[in-house]
Design a protein around this ligand. Structure first.
Ligand code: UDP
Ligand code: MG
Length: 151
């Protein structure tokens, strides 16, 4: 399958809890390639666009506050079927319901502190990569090991 890209955010709770390495490591160990990486406090102007689909919902104000409450790690990951693969590794939105073995299921307890964001489809991935990285294009490169990960 052709390579695709997805946007992943280790949210401020992941940074504060010292779980950046653990979370990136789980995704990297799946074989995914990091093609862009940034560390910054997400601006409300950006989070309001990123979470526009949730505007008006009861958790919206808390969500925008949470996502801007400290630095986040923002990255683009690449691999075959990466959008689906990452969502599976992340687990469902509510960590209390997320399967053991997933990032949210192993490391989180509540929806409002669920550690990580991952794009949910091709359209949102492309929109989110553009929103967070703009003209700072993700890199294209190969690793020697890729032929042992991708057929
Ligand atoms: N969220 C929340 N309460 C809810 C639903 C969502 O705090 O009842 C937050 C949570 O941080 C979630 C984000 O809003 O990750 C976006 O919600 P979405 O339904 O898109 O979940 P996701 O795609 O992150 O699994
Ligand atoms: Mg979502």
């Amino acid at each position: 399958m052709a390579s695709e890209r997805t946007l992943v955010i280790v949210k401020p709770d992941g940074v504060q809890r010292g779980l950046v390495g653990e979370i990136i490591s789980r995704l990297e160990r799946r074989g995914l390639r990091i093609v862009a990486l940034d560390f910054r406090v997400i601006d409300p102007a950006v989070s309001s666009v990123h979470y526009a689909e949730h505007r008006g919902k009861p958790f919206y104000a808390g969500l925008v506050e949470y996502i801007g409450s400290g630095p986040s790690v923002i990255m683009v990951l690449e691999g075959p079927d990466v959008i689906r693969a990452v969502r599976t590794t992340v687990g469902v939105t509510n960590p209390a319901e997320a399967a053991a073995g997933t990032i949210r299921g192993d490391l989180g307890l509540e929806r409002g502190r669920n550690l990580i964001h991952a794009s949910d489809g091709a359209e949102s991935a492309s929109r989110e990569i553009d929103l967070f990285f703009g003209d700072r294009m993700p890199l294209s490169y190969e690793r020697d090991i890729d032929r042992w990960i991708v057929e």
